[in-house]
Design a protein. Structure first.
Length: 358
């Protein structure tokens, strides 16, 4: 089985999907969101994966893709459907083609209807399928813009998705109620728009009378996505902190390497959030660090400068990671966690003071 992660963007209620091969560490990312590129890059790096490509199920109208941004950051290729109308991709895939990652692959099925260029991606053992906005959990994508066609969508679902095995798990591009997945058997039986004995004519009539409001981001998202996200900005470093060579973590905070901290001690404020016995214990402490245990940190920030960089420290990096969030909430803009804490500091042979016994 491939490595699998379902990722969520709360603003647009978009799901992105990371699939990786455990042996080769090659991976693909389906429908990435621009604002989540930093998070997704961090996860890919932490899992030790190489992102071969991003894959778009269609030109989205409710969010901007991170395809271009991830290409700049990770060197991944951009893959889109041959009928998507998008420019600037590295590969355009047609019905029946496959996108490989190590020993695994997803197979492309054309499923127009939500837009004229929608595709569904089916894992090569047919255990999973990624339906984009074509088929949702107990619903389906709208059909009133970007070449949408209700009858085409009905045929796409019945001919390309409902013909998969009953047990095939279906992963949608969106969900607004917290649902994460469904199955072919479930949707064929219980989807109120498509299941049971609903005919193509019934479905078309229902879809033509939905009266949905225009997507809020369509005027921004569609032009940007027709250029694979390039119009949204350049490299993933846009907006990243520049005061140090920081690395963003999947946990949602920034880290800085011990060697860089040791070389820039006088420019930094170091806050050691361990307990007093640890501060002067076996690991000692960094010479310029000030001891403020994590439990007391929020109430003891008056002596620190908010416009000067702060690095938080603990034994292994866990408590100090929590401290970065406390500091950010208190208005400190330049904050990073010491990667690996005092254990990593010692492992690199960097100087300490106050070494005693725990």
């Amino acid at each position: 089985m491939p490595l699998f992660r379902q990722l969520f963007d709360p603003v647009s209620s978009t799901y992105s999907y990371l699939l990786g091969d455990p042996a080769t560490r090659q991976a693909i990312l389906i429908d990435p969101v621009y604002e989540q590129a930093r998070r997704d890059s961090a996860l890919i790096r932490e899992l030790g994966l190489t992102l071969r490509c991003t894959v778009e199920t269609h030109v989205h109208a409710d969010h901007v893709t991170a395809a271009w941004r991830l290409k700049q950051d990770l060197g991944s290729k951009i893959v889109v459907g041959a009928r998507s109308g998008a420019e600037g991709a590295d590969r355009y895939v047609a019905h029946g083609e496959s996108i490989a990652f190590g020993a695994h692959a997803v197979l492309v099925r054309d499923t127009p209807g939500h837009t004229a260029g929608c595709i569904t991606l089916v894992l090569n053992d047919q255990s999973m399928a990624f339906t984009g906005d074509c088929l949702l959990v107990r619903g389906c994508g709208r059909t009133d813009f970007q070449g949408g066609d209700a009858r085409a969508l009905y045929r796409s679902i019945y001919e390309q998705i409902f013909t998969l095995p009953d047990t095939c798990l279906l992963y949608p591009g969106h969900d607004y109620r917290g649902n994460t997945a469904t199955s072919v058997a479930e949707e064929r039986s219980f989807n109120p728009r498509l299941g049971g004995r609903l005919s193509e004519s019934d479905f078309a009539g229902y879809m033509e009378n939905l009266g949905l409001p225009h997507p809020k981001q369509i005027d921004v998202a569609v032009p940007a996505n027709r250029k694979c996200g390039q119009a949204a900005g350049g490299a993933a470093a846009d907006g990243d902190p520049s005061w140090a060579p920081l690395a963003f973590t999947y946990g949602g905070f920034w880290e800085v390497a011990p060697q860089w901290v040791e070389e820039h001690l006088q420019a930094l404020q170091l806050i050691d959030v361990r307990e007093p016995a640890e501060f002067d214990g076996a690991l000692g402490h960094i010479s310029t660090a000030r001891l403020v245990p994590l439990g007391t940190l929020a109430g003891n920030l008056a002596g620190f400068e908010r416009d000067r960089p702060v690095v938080t420290v603990c034994r292994a990096g866990g408590r100090s990671a929590q401290a970065t969030l406390v500091l950010q909430k208190a208005g400190f803009a330049k904050v990073a966690n010491l990667a690996g804490g005092m254990l990593q500091w010692h492992a690199q042979g960097l100087p300490v003071e106050g070494v005693g016994q725990d």
